[in-house]
Design a protein around this ligand. Structure first.
Ligand code: COA
Length: 258
């Protein structure tokens, strides 16, 4: 179905594995094309409740944008490349269903940017994060200079961006870049465990959590207003009636996403 992705749907969780292990899952044009198709699937397929993005093989999540595609690009073409990458990652960040990154090895450059566009991240203990673009005479182009600051703060972000240093998984945990560090074997089970739990919650409420939190980082929006509107929207849903009734009747709620 996809040239560069493996996908499966397991109990409402869509697992996307970027599958170019011989190139450490580097993001070439085809990966972006496939990722965009997979995102459309997440947005539109009602059987998909949430998603995981990971990389094939034991070594890399994604080792960056495919550097071999950089040669010969004009300034305008390079800007278009960055804009297209940013747009893809906005689609991940703005998805109304949770998408989490399982970082199973190197997450460098565009790989770190991809992981940061997900709603949160879990790392295996061999994971390494970095933005090594200055080694190539470049800066990140897929939102890395912005999301890294949001996630770990200005000083740490600037140190990583300017030095090209990599950080290991325990440091990423300490910085708040990832929520958990587990063994490679535990990586997908941990993500599935968390998503199974989230998937039992009211889907519209979950989507309004994402929308409200994203508004914190969107200068065109007043996050408090987005929250009020989200609260009001949820109030009018069947799932809010079900959730509050279930609590009062001391039973488990069964949400339908309406
Ligand atoms: N783009 C294109 N190809 C890449 C790549 C990238 N970002 N990262 C790795 N590869 C390829 C290598 O060219 C190599 O291909 P080959 O076997 O055909 O020569 C293969 O993946 C394996 O990588 P290799 O460098 O041999 O592995 P390593 O274990 O020695 O080093 C890294 C691993 C991640 C440290 C190293 O590959 C690296 O520095 N990659 C680039 C990271 C980067 O700068 N990313 C930002 C891009 S904007």
């Amino acid at each position: 179905m996809y040239t560069t992705l493996l996908t499966s749907l397991e109990e409402g969780i869509y697992i996307i594995t970027i599958n170019r292990p011989d190139k450490l899952n580097a993001l070439n044009k085809q990966v972006f094309q496939d990722l965009n198709r997979a995102l459309t699937e997440i947005y539109t397929n009602t059987e998909i409740k949430s998603a995981i993005i990971t990389g094939a093989g034991p070594k890399a999540f994604v080792a960056g944008a495919d550097i071999s595609e950089f040669s010969g690009l004009s300034t305008d073409e390079s800007k278009a490349l960055a804009k297209a990458g940013q747009d893809t990652f906005f689609r991940i960040e703005q998805a109304h269903k949770p998408i989490i990154a399982c970082v199973n090895g190197f997450a460098l450059g565009g790989g770190c940017e991809l992981a940061m566009s997900c709603h949160f991240r879990i790392a295996s203990d061999n994971a390494k994060f970095g933005q090594p673009e200055v080694n190539l005479g470049l800066i990140p182009g897929y939102g890395g200079t912005q999301r890294l600051v949001h996630l770990i703060g200005k000083g740490r972000a600037l140190e990583l961006l300017m030095s090209a240093n990599m950080i290991d998984a325990p440091t990423a945990l300490q910085y708040g870049l990832v929520n958990y560090v587990v063994t490679q074997e535990e990586l997908l089970p941990k993500a599935k465990y968390l998503l199974d739990m989230i998937n039992t919650k009211a889907p519209i409420a979950v989507s309004k959590c994402i929308e409200s939190v994203n508004a914190v980082f969107d200068e065109t929006k007043n996050g408090y207003e987005v929250e009020v509107n989200g609260f009001g929207y949820c109030f009018g849903t069947t799932d809010r009636l079900e959730g509050t009734s279930a609590f009062l009747e001391k039973r488990k709620a069964h949400f339908t996403g309406n």
